[in-house]
Ligand binder design. Structure first.
Ligand SMILES: [Mn+2]
Length: 494
């Protein structure tokens, strides 16, 4: 009896020991291999929680411009760190300094999956639309200049993930002579590892600016349609088909995706339901974003494209042959600025059409331009604008010269000789033909309405006057609940 009990005890002991060994071995294997490519942020409940948690179920792919960062004198591998470390790194002076330098929270970008999910921002009804099977093929040109590697890679990765392969001929990256070393060999290796052979890289030997870099990329395009992108974007679901369908209907249509905002501080993908972006310019040639008013939307469905006045720059598509017929971009323009007005003027005045397509959504990190201007920014812009108005604006150019008299004296070596060849209409025709131009011109009568609830509404633009915390005035979407938009008028007592 005692012998049997002793054996039972020994066997029981061995079983417990074996189970313990197996348990700890499994834990070690899991720790070593289970999360190799995953950061574990499950328990984190902070500002970054949303972003980090959204990819828990997928295999997240990370790319860090710097695998190792220095934290309190210690090397930390950002791929393997835990949530607490992530938080500390994001708060570190190094992260803050880089954010200031690049005007984007670049370390956070490194910590986010390259293939992260973003919310579907399309208006209801878009997912029910169907498109022809034989849409034209597309090439995408992405110029970059000192872009942070993980941001550029996320741009490419989102296109590869959300663009049907049979429609995408190639993605052409054009390095406009960046001097950031992280964009060179190491980056090219990452591109090869994480993307596909249809991604091509062109390196320009010296700085040519965004406009000429786009044109360099355009020379290598083999698709029927070309799309120009910025290097800090993320495309949304089904972004391409609605644009291509418009070109298939009429090859002289230039469709633009509606841009959403990717917050440069926390990388949240931001959009507002029902918001319909529209762009405009005034005679200072200041480009601005506004939105279609309720009156302009009357009789239109949420999925209907609407005509646009000018473009913001990236995320539009154009038929390659038509782009050539129109004379592409004005290659005489320098660096950046002005092409987003000049090209749309050309399209509208020469028989084409520019439209906003609400079912095509692309996220964009808005920030001050990373481009630097060797000749000075305002000089470069003045030069480009002069080219644009001298060609297209007839007597209207005097509005611009009256504001900037020094622009009159700028010498241009040559200007475009397109108008006669293309049989384009005169500028008055443009102003009449382009719908929704109201609110774009400074010489129009400005009407303001002061409503009972205190809002000071600008009739033409539909926007309201708002005073910022720092006492600067600006125009914003009217919001009764916003106290910074409440104005009262008092009789002077003095
Ligand atoms: Mn941009």
């Amino acid at each position: 009896m005692r012998l049997v009990r002793r054996y039972t005890l020994v066997i029981f002991g061995l079983v417990v020991l074996l189970a313990t060994v197996i348990f700890f071995t499994l834990i070690r294997i899991h720790a070593k291999y289970g999360d190799r490519n995953k950061l574990r942020f499950q328990k984190q409940k902070t500002l970054k929680d949303d972003i980090f948690s959204q990819n828990q179920k997928d295999t997240a792919v990370f790319y860090t411009g710097m695998d190792t960062v220095w934290l309190n004198g210690q090397a930390v591998n950002v791929r393997l760190m835990d949530a607490k470390n992530a938080e500390t790194i994001l708060e570190s002076p190094m992260a803050k300094e880089l954010e200031k330098q690049h005007e984007i929270n670049v370390i956070l970008s490194d910590l986010l999956p390259i293939n992260r999910r973003i919310p579907d921002s399309r208006p209801p009804g878009c997912e029910l639309l169907t498109y022809p099977a034989d849409l034209p093929t597309t090439s995408i040109v992405i110029p970059f200049y000192n872009e942070w590697p993980s941001i550029l890679l996320r741009t490419v990765s989102s296109i590869l993930a959300r663009t049907p392969t049979h429609l995408l001929k190639e993605i052409i990256l054009v390095d406009d002579a960046s001097d950031m070393q992280t964009l060179k060999k190491e980056f090219e290796q990452k591109i090869k590892e994480l993307t596909s052979p249809i991604v091509k890289m062109i390196r320009l030997p010296y700085r040519q600016g965004l406009i000429r870099a786009r044109l360099e990329g355009f020379n290598h395009v083999t698709g029927q349609v070309v799309s120009f992108f910025d290097s800090h974007m993320e495309v949304n679901v089904n972004w391409l088909e609605p644009l291509l369908a418009e070109i298939q209907k009429d090859r002289r249509t230039v469709p633009m995706a509606q841009l959403d905002y990717i917050n440069r501080g926390n990388f949240v993908y931001e959009f507002e339901a029902g918001y319909r972006t529209k762009y405009g310019f005034d005679w200072r040639l200041v480009f601005f974003e506004t939105y279609f008013s309720a009156m302009q939307l009357k009789g239109k469905s949420e999925t209907d494209p609407l005509p646009g006045v000018v473009m913001v720059g990236p995320a539009f598509v154009v038929d390659v042959q038509y782009f050539k017929e129109l004379g592409t971009y004005d290659s005489g323009m320098k660096i950046w600025g002005g092409e987003n007005l000049e090209f749309p003027w050309r399209v509208w005045m020469c028989g084409g059409r520019l439209i906003h397509v609400p079912c095509s959504r692309v996220g964009h990190i808005a920030r001050p331009q990373p481009y630097d201007f060797p000749d000075g920014r305002s000089e470069t812009e003045a030069y480009n604008y002069k080219r644009a108005i001298e060609v297209w604006m007839d007597e209207y150019k005097n509005y611009v010269y009256n504001i900037f008299p020094s622009m009159r004296t700028f010498a241009l070596t040559s200007t475009l000789q397109l108008r006669t060849n293309l049989q384009c209409i005169v500028v008055k025709g443009y102003l009449e033909k382009t719908p929704f131009m109201e609110g774009c011109f400074q010489n129009e009568k400005e009407n303001w309405q002061h409503s009972k609830d205190g809002l000071l509404r600008h009739i033409n633009s539909g926007l309201c006057l708002e005073i910022r915390e720092d006492k600067l005035l600006f125009m914003n979407i009217c919001d009764r609940k916003n106290r910074l938009q409440h104005w009262t008028f008092q009789q002077s007592t003095s």
